[in-house]
Write a protein that binds this ligand. Structure first.
Ligand SMILES: Cc1cc2nc3c(=O)[nH]c(=O)nc-3n(C[C@H](O)[C@H](O)[C@H](O)COP(=O)(O)OP(=O)(O)OC[C@H]3O[C@@H](n4cnc5c(N)ncnc54)[C@H](O)[C@@H]3O)c2cc1C
Length: 476
């Protein structure tokens, strides 16, 4: 609905409101300001929700959001999807359910022209390139996996960034159980039952924790031919410990839990090469295995690293204290694609969902200030009140109000926090019901084969820049 700010009448169509203002109030329709949000993850979706509320009565504010999937993904729970503990639908929410008045484009952002204030997007269903104009732009495109140029590792590893990745890992793990259950060759069985996860951050720790339980529990329950001694779960961390995002004592608790549950944690170690049946470490040791999951580094999408603005060395864009791109006061950046410095410590804030959510509040407020001229812009400053991570079946670590806890209670806190993030009461009830029902049954071990990744070629639009205007979307 479009509301007239003068007499508060509501109109179905924007055009009718324009005519009403023109003929009844004898004034011109105020010029429309376009806000364009790129990325429908933690940063993007939270800004969308905030600014729709802020500008709900403002017909002269046009909001659009672009994301390559048509859903928001709660990434911290991907490892639980990979272990079959929860359904993919429980951690994905269609972006359109957040769009009260915004337009949604399911497309790949293929280029951003900061001078012309134009963004080109590639539509998924026909590969057509279109351009979107903006007055205010929000960059919230997250991160992509970094293989540091190692093609062998890239070709022989799984990643855990998308729902497809998680389903792929689950199917592969179950296939490895089936294969190991059908061989009496002890070396082959050990190779099939060795799972190597590289990366000691959230993604790596949560993935090894979940996988460890999936494999050990399933082998005991369903695969009598698998020798338990042959199950080998390895976590490789290049740092001195794991989970650098949490306090040292909490990180030690997580490490102890993993070790007590049969995970080998190799610290100060790097994986430097891989093939389909081994991983090579920088100490020249080879781990014979048929599963490598790579969470060893992230970088930014080329659409971000190639932007003509200031970047830090990994390609993230640099922003000022108001989260505006340096040199571009109408462009904001947040989350994993931006380097945001904590002025108190001089160090960058960690790339976590929690930080992206808090940054989104600052960006929403500052957008409101820019558009209305009311109030002052806020500087971003945030001190984490707690951190959570799952480390195994119904087990998590949580640091909250100075307390470091581990076990089922933190895990319940974690799930409650997640349910509170759900956009609608309907989705909240569905997810709670799903989880409750699932907790009474054993894990489903059906493998649906491998899901092939679609490799969408990004359209190189560099040559077409002068004619971008021609590609503008008609008002959809
Ligand atoms: C397995 C895993 C576990 C994690 N666990 C935790 C945890 O326990 N706690 C925690 O705080 N953090 C955790 N994180 C980190 C957290 O998910 C990120 O820090 C957070 O998602 C960053 O938010 P964002 O908005 O910057 O990016 P994202 O949430 O990643 O959103 C970016 C969006 O942009 C879209 N996109 C990217 N490129 C394009 C393009 N070219 N065109 C169109 N769309 C595009 C993506 O599809 C995505 O929807 C985890 C991450 C992973 C992968």
């Amino acid at each position: 609905m479009h509301r007239c700010n003068k007499c508060h009448l509501e109109f179905q169509k924007k055009r009718t409101l324009e005519q009403h203002i023109q003929y009844i109030h004898k004034s011109d329709f105020p010029s429309v300001k376009k806000i364009l949000i790129l990325g429908g993850g933690f940063g993007g979706v939270n800004i969308l929700r905030d600014i729709q509320k802020m500008f709900q009565d403002k017909v002269n504010v046009d909001i659009s959001i672009v994301n390559q999937e048509n859903f928001f993904l709660f990434t911290p729970m991907l490892p639980e999807v990979a272990s079959g503990m929860i359904h993919p639908r429980d951690i994905s929410i269609p972006i359109r359910t957040f769009c009260k008045r915004a337009k949604f484009y399911q497309a790949v952002v293929s280029s951003i022209d900061l001078e012309q204030k134009l963004v080109t997007i590639t539509r998924l269903f026909d590969g057509k390139v279109h351009a979107l104009e903006y007055d205010y732009l929000v960059l919230a495109l997250g991160s992509v996996t970094n293989f540091f140029g190692n093609k062998n590792i890239e070709n022989h590893s799984f990643t855990i960034k998308t729902v497809e990745d998680a389903i792929g890992i689950r199917n592969h793990a179950i296939n490895m159980l089936e294969n190991a259950g059908q061989t009496s060759d002890p070396d082959l069985q050990q190779k099939l039952m060795t799972f190597t996860v590289v990366g000691g951050g959230f993604a790596g720790v949560e993935t090894i924790g979940e996988l460890n339980h999936l494999i050990r529990e399933s082998a005991s329950r369903m695969y009598p031919n698998i020798n338990r001694e042959k199950i080998n779960m390895v976590l490789v961390s290049s740092k001195n410990g794991i989970l650098p995002e949490v306090s040292e004592s909490l990180s030690k608790k997580a490490m102890k839990y993993l070790k007590n549950h049969g995970v080998k944690v190799l610290t100060n170690t790097k994986a430097i090469d891989a093939d389909e049946d081994y991983v090579l470490l920088d100490n020249n040791k080879k781990i014979p295995c048929t599963t490598l999951i790579w969470t060893g580094g992230v970088t930014v999408d080329p659409v971000i690293s190639e932007l003509k603005c200031e970047h830090e060395k990994s390609g993230k864009v640099q922003v000022d204290k108001f989260l505006r791109l340096i040199g571009y006061p109408n462009v904001f950046a947040l989350g994993d694609c931006a380097e945001i410095i904590d002025t108190a410590t001089g160090k960058p804030y960690p790339p976590t969902a929690q930080h992206a959510i808090h940054q989104s509040q600052t960006v929403s407020h500052n957008l409101n200030v820019l558009l209305t001229g009311k109030d002052k812009m806020n500087q971003f400053s945030y001190h984490s009140k707690g951190m959570m991570a799952t480390i195994g079946k119904r087990n998590a670590i949580v640091s909250i109000f100075g307390y470091n806890l581990q076990g089922i209670i933190p895990w319940l806190i974690w799930r409650t926090y997640y349910v509170l993030q759900m956009p609608s009461i309907g989705k909240k009830i569905k997810v709670i019901l799903d989880w409750t029902v699932d907790s009474f049954f054993k894990r489903d071990l059906t493998s649906y084969g491998q899901i092939k990744k679609k490799n969408l070629t990004k359209v190189d639009v560099k040559d077409k820049v002068p004619s971008l205007k021609e590609l503008l979307f008609p008002d959809l």
